[in-house]
Design a binder for this molecule. Sequence first.
Ligand code: CP
Length: 321
Amino acid sequence: MPTPQRDFSQRQPDASNGMHSRSLLDTVSFSQDDILELFSKADELERRQNETGSFGDPSRKRVLALLFFEPSTRTRMSFQIAAERLGYSVVTLESAATSSLSKGESLSDTVLNVLAMRPDGLVVRYGKDDDLACLLPTLEIPIFSAGTGVLAHPTQALLDAYTIERICGVRDTRVLLVGDIRHSRVARSNFDVLGKLGAAVGICGPQEWLPAEPRKNVRVFSNLDEAAAWCDVYMGLRVQHERHAKAADVSAYNREFGLTASRLQILKKDAIIMHPGPINHGVEFSHEVMNDPRYRVLQQVTNGVLIRAALLARAFEDTGV
Ligand code: CP
């Protein structure tokens, strides 16, 4: 007998719609207290790692399934390292090419089949799939977004804020996001998290890559030199060529909107330079930037493991932190 087609068209990807309370598909459902509690868990896990070499000693073995329908290095590997340091096992679907997606299976069918194997949690990165967006919030195990199209990258924004919090505190800190804001899921999640933590947020970029609608409490700079002098945190964003209809002129972009050697002179002496990665060197950042003492990009990556471990520990309550 043929399997009936599921119709998810009436289900909205709404955090209140039956989603597991420890899932994280967007930061919108995360309060300021949730964020600060997560930061404390991350601090505690780091202390444990320094003392014992691992994050915990779980009494129950967990299996986490990572489903990456778009490429990733940092998010995928840091979820994996976080899970393994918590004592969990990890299984990974890395790409469409190596799975039955290449034979025409849909994303939502793939997820339903993986769920039928009874993992304890799912980490999912996907682009645009309405069925999947409707399906995920209905699942009964914790689901974590590892990046959802241009809509959300909650763990990236949380690790960004955690990095700023540890260096200089987020409240009243001036954070500048530069570049391809309109196509950036990182920017969207950062607007939410930084706003909740009381940062002053500014943006600068080519007119056609600024948000289509003005964002509340976000200052728009037309001149990057002025913006660079204003900020305490300079966050470059990747030019997302794969989401553009027309190829960008990267040399012109670097001159007008890149962090160049001359703009390094404009930044405050104690500013922080961040980027979610991957970086297009010579485009968002000139080559001098990664040798600047204010460059904190690898610290962001290290903190990504702590934040993702804290989210998993929070979901499964294994470590007692
Ligand atoms: N920042 C980020 O999401 O990097 P990856 O695409 O490598 O995971």
